[in-house]
Design a protein around this ligand. Structure first.
Ligand code: FES
Length: 89
């Protein structure tokens, strides 16, 4: 992660509420960090584990900013696609 907040270009919020955790939030976070590393964007991408976002029926939930892309019923593959779109835009 960037040492200077102004270096942060993308923020990925991964819900770590109980429903999302049960449905693979940890694995998704790992996959997303790997994706940022592979794209050389580890320092410009901030990962935030959130509390429940209130979207539990659609767990697990990931949000990628600045694209404001919400990924519901997320899988590592779906979340990576959202992050890649942000990294390449
Ligand atoms: S636990 Fe993730 S949305 Fe509620």
């Amino acid at each position: 992660m960037a040492k200077n907040p102004t270096d942060i270009q993308n923020v990925v919020m991964i819900c770590n509420g109980s429903d999302c955790k049960k449905r693979g939030a940890k694995e998704i976070g790992k996959a997303l960090r790997g994706c940022a590393r592979e794209h050389g964007c580890k320092k410009s991408t901030m990962f935030v584990r959130t509390k429940c976002t209130g979207l539990c029926k659609n767990a697990p939930v990931v949000c990628v900013q600045p694209n404001n892309k919400w990924v519901t019923k997320a899988t590592p593959e779906k979340a990576i696609l959202a992050l890649q779109a942000a990294l390449l835009s």
